[in-house]
Design a protein around this ligand. Structure first.
Ligand code: ADP
Ligand code: MG
Ligand code: MG
Length: 884
């Protein structure tokens, strides 16, 4: 078995397509090595070793140790050093790296191979003992924390105390002697807390580090991250062992991270940060505030740019970025180190970006000829579009500015201050909007960041942990607001003389970096030109139409702005709840005879007609499916005495008799009770009123707009063909009467909602013949409920229990259960079309806005999906991706 894959500039055993085995980091290091880029030599231990490690009860397989030692010797040959050697010690990093990038979630150990002897060798070799001992203390601290489980706070306290006592401000001010003293204290702390001395044997260090990196796959923050990003537990991590290069060798050395394009805006410009005289972790950890890479970046950030400080290394970096983009056809996120003026590349991966940037980069890459239009469409995660639909802070309103930081992740948010991740989760569970406020975030905070509507940090740059994770999650984030003093234990945030406490409301603007006291005034989202371009491309690529579920003029207008091609579901009952109408609705329901009902219906007719008329006007000729009254009547019943009295008075009915009537209408299981077509069959006058309203409205709107209107009347909850026939007759008679009365003929369709398993199975009956259904709209919310026998209003606790027990892997009300409910949709479509070839088919459940479900609907050939207005852009893109 091949356990390790070597790489060195010019050649490698692996490549970018081997991420499954080598992890993303290892695979891309191999790829870059093959491209001839300056990558320090090393080798990657495969994810199969990780599997073997866990299978053996967290033990490294003996067989692979010899291979590692051999690979290590080869690395030593390349750099003229030897692992564990006193004179020319080889130092390595031991790096985690899984198939999917999980930034900062797992552990990495730097400077491994140092001990009391080799550190002297390193000092002699480099002639820089400050550097050698700086590296050693870093190693002891990292090793102590990651491998030996000694809390890193213990080391930080030692260092802080030393600095305070001796009047040092920055870590870089400490000399060899200082580090020697600190190292002694570090070692003592380890022996005290761990019970054993810090290991001097470099092989023992190596095995310990490799095992620790494997184990970090199961640390809580990695587990959380995987859960949030749907990454399976069984992938495991690879481990890359790589010769160290040193960014902490003085002012001619540096370390940094860069994006080949701006990850916030997508602008084609190098974007990133570096720290002179530092090692990798310093930049991401946000311990020192890093400096910008480019001269342009230096205009709005402190410090000298890399471009100005080290022009040679910077230019080489720029060339390598171009080469990487041309090679990978995508924006890259690159880690690099400059050692005594020489540039080394330590990592590349496709960079996380905001939605805005994703759109711009995809469109630009297509224009640059690096990817095709179809690829550009596929590059964008449809659900990410949600981010764009976020509001922004109104720049014209007066706001109480309290601090300014870096615009780390765009979007605006208002919420209560919280200082702890657990608190953020707890308050989120109570339905509160919270802003997580931290000095700097660490990977332990992911869960809290996820729970928060926004993130604010006092330290850390644009590539700090907080910024990267926030952009990935689509959470607005302001980082490095340096004037804020955050005291987590006291629960306070000081901005100048003002003190804010947890629970106080603040607003952040992740696009400008501004922080305000109180709840800021927000503006609706502005959609950019690149958004329009991508949508246009998507529209050209998709087959299915995208409609919206809308009951109100506001929703209908919003959906049209987002590109809806009609209304797939207009629920008429929502109109009944509005003020001024509910009384008439209650009269209709409670009336004891047809006469009383008719009086109430006469009051409802003009309001329904006005509602429909406005919708027809807004949709200007686009199709609208209007569903006849569906919900169980009891939902409308007067439940309070005051309401009951009102209804009784309006109907001229005795209160006791009214109450008896209400009791008569109560049901044990209303969702499977007197609802849907069952209402219209019993009380056809309700259907008549609704149909009259629809057709009068359609004809009026057609007169007004001059656009031909074609109403689609939908009968809900049908199980039998006979139900459909009875109501179709009522509909046709009424529609004919209205057309005669108004002297206008308009074409129309009568169809049904397929939401009962029987209807899907008997689809041929229901659609058959000229009087059969003209269209099917799969009501997948109810169909899921009825097919699974799982009440959607009671499902939440059951589903979370099922997810835990792996009975199901996704919530069937979010992503369609393809094998069960999906099969019913497929059968219904096939059988319906066999009976009526031009049957129109669509879906109008929540699944209509879910990309995975949309891919399924494309595969079974539905004509359209219909979803809520804010999902329309997502559905347009997802439908295009499904068709490509
Ligand atoms: P993560 O996945 O958390 O980014 P990495 O393995 O990439 O962890 O390493 C963390 C930091 O250490 C990075 O900044 C990286 O550039 C730096 N680093 C890793 N290996 C080396 C090395 N061989 N020489 C110098 N710096 C390194
Ligand atoms: Mg990294
Ligand atoms: Mg339904």
């Amino acid at each position: 078995k091949k356990w390790v894959y070597a790489f060195a500039p010019g050649s490698a055993e692996g490549g970018a397509d081997m991420a499954e085995l080598l992890g993303g980091k290892g695979a891309n290091l191999a790829e870059m090595a093959t491209l001839g880029l300056p990558v320090p030599p090393g080798f990657t231990i495969t994810t199969e070793v990780c599997d073997a490690f866990f299978a053996a009860g967290n033990k490294l397989p003996e067989a692979f140790k010899a291979d590692v030692m051999q690979a290590l010797d080869n690395v030593g040959d390349t750099v003229d050093a030897r692992f564990g050697d006193d004179k020319r010690p080889l130092l390595v990093s031991v790096r985690s790296g899984s198939r999917a990038s999980m930034p900062g979630m797992m552990d990495t150990i730097l400077n491994l191979g140092l001990n009391d002897k080799t550190v002297e060798g390193l000092a002699a070799l480099t002639g820089d003992s400050r550097f050698a001992f700086d590296s050693y203390r870093r190693f002891i601290q990292m090793y102590g924390d990651v491998v030996l489980g000694v809390d890193h706070g213990a080391f930080e306290d030692i260092l802080e105390n030393f600095k305070n006592l001796n009047g040092f401000a920055a870590d870089t001010d400490l000399d060899e002697e200082s580090w020697r003293e600190i190292i002694a204290d570090y070692k003592a702390a380890i022996e005290r807390e761990h019970g054993q001395p810090f290991p001097q044997d470099t092989s023992e260090q190596l095995w310990g580090a490799i095992a620790a990196v494997f184990n970090s796959w199961y640390n809580p923050r990695a587990e959380t991250y995987r859960r949030l990003h749907d990454i399976p537990d069984d992938w495991g991590t690879a481990v890359t062992v790589q010769a160290m290069v040193f960014g902490n060798l003085g002012d001619n050395s540096a370390t940094g991270v860069a994006f080949t394009r701006n990850p916030s805006t997508g602008e084609r410009e190098i974007f990133g940060e570096y720290l002179p005289n530092a090692q990798g972790e310093d930049v991401v950890a946000g311990i020192r505030t890093p400096q910008p890479l480019t001269r342009k970046g230096a205009r709005d950030a402190p410090g000298t740019s890399l471009e100005a400080a080290m022009p040679g290394a910077f230019n080489e970096l720029r060339q390598i970025f171009d080469q990487l983009e041309r090679h990978y056809h995508d924006m890259q996120d690159v880690e690099f180190t400059v050692q005594l003026g020489k540039l080394w590349i330590l990592q590349t991966r496709s960079g996380k970006r905001t939605t805005e940037a994703a759109l711009k980069i995809a469109v630009d890459l297509a224009a640059e000829g690096l990817i095709s239009q179809d690829e550009a469409i596929l590059r964008i995660e449809p659900t990410q579009l949600d981010q764009l639909l976020h509001p922004a802070i109104d720049p014209s309103a007066d706001h109480d500015l309290i601090a300014k930081g870096l615009p780390a992740s765009p979007g605006a948010a208002s919420g209560e201050i919280v200082f702890h991740s657990e608190m953020a989760e707890a308050l989120k569970a109570k339905g509160k909007d919270v802003i997580l406020v931290r000095s700097e975030t660490s990977p332990e905070d992911v869960q809290g960041m996820h729970a928060a509507v926004g993130i604010l940090t006092a330290r850390g740059g644009m590539t700090s942990h907080a910024a990267v994770v926030a952009r990935g999650m689509g959470r607005p984030c302001v980082s490095g607001a340096g004037t804020l003093r955050i005291d987590t234990s006291a629960g306070t945030m000081r901005a100048g003389a003002r003190i804010f406490k947890s629970g106080d409301i603040i607003s952040i603007d992740g696009s400008t970096g501004r922080v305000y006291a109180g709840k800021a005034k927000m503006l609706p989202p502005q959609l950019s030109g690149t958004f329009a371009t991508v949508m246009e491309w998507a529209d050209g690529a998709r087959r299915m139409k995208v409609r919206t579920n809308a009951d109100t003029p506001r929703d209908a207008r919003q959906a049209r702005e987002f590109g809806a091609e009609g209304i797939g579901l207009c629920r008429t009952e929502h109109m009944f709840f509005e003020e001024g109408r509910i009384l008439a609705v209650r009269e209709m329901i409670c009336a004891e005879d047809e006469e009383g009902r008719q009086q109430a219906l006469d009051k409802l007719l003009p309001v329904q007609r006005a509602d429909f008329e406005e919708l027809f006007e807004i949709m200007a000729g686009l199709p609208i499916t209007i569903r006849l009254l569906d919900p169980p009547l009891h939902e409308f019943l007067p439940h309070e005495d005051r309401e009951a009295a009102q209804v009784a008075a309006a109907l001229g009915m005795d209160l006791m008799r009214l109450k008896a009537r209400v009791a008569e209408l109560e049901e044990f299981n209303p969702m499977l009770g007197f609802r849907g077509c069952r209402l219209g069959i019993k009380y056809p006058e309700i259907t008549r009123m609704q149909v009259r309203a629809i057709f009068e409205a359609a004809i009026n709107a057609q007169r007004k707009t001059g656009q031909a209107v074609r109403p689609e009347v939908m009968i809900p909850f049908v199980a039998y063909r006979r139900e459909f026939d009875v109501l179709r007759r009522v509909i046709t008679e009424t529609a004919d009467a209205v057309q005669r009365d108004m002297g206008v003929e308009i074409p129309y369709d009568v169809g049904t909602m397929i939401e009962l398993p029987r209807a899907a199975l008997r689809a041929a009956d229901i659609a058959g013949g000229p009087a059969g259904a003209d269209f099917f709209s799969f009501g997948t919310n109810d169909l899921t409920q009825t097919a699974l026998g799982l009440s959607r209003d009671d499902a939440a606790p059951i589903l979370s229990n099922y997810l835990e027990h792996e009975v199901i892997s996704t919530d069937p009300f979010v992503t369609i259960d393809q094998r069960g409910v999906g099969e019913l949709v497929k059968i219904g479509t096939e059988r319906g079309r066999a009976a009526k070839p031009d049957l129109k088919t669509g879906i109008c459940g929540e699944h209509g806005g879910d990309p995975k479900s949309i891919a399924f609907f494309e595969s079974i050939g539905l004509d359209y999906v219909s979803c809520s207005p804010f999902r329309v852009p997502i559905a347009r893109l997802a439908a295009a991706q499904a068709a490509i």
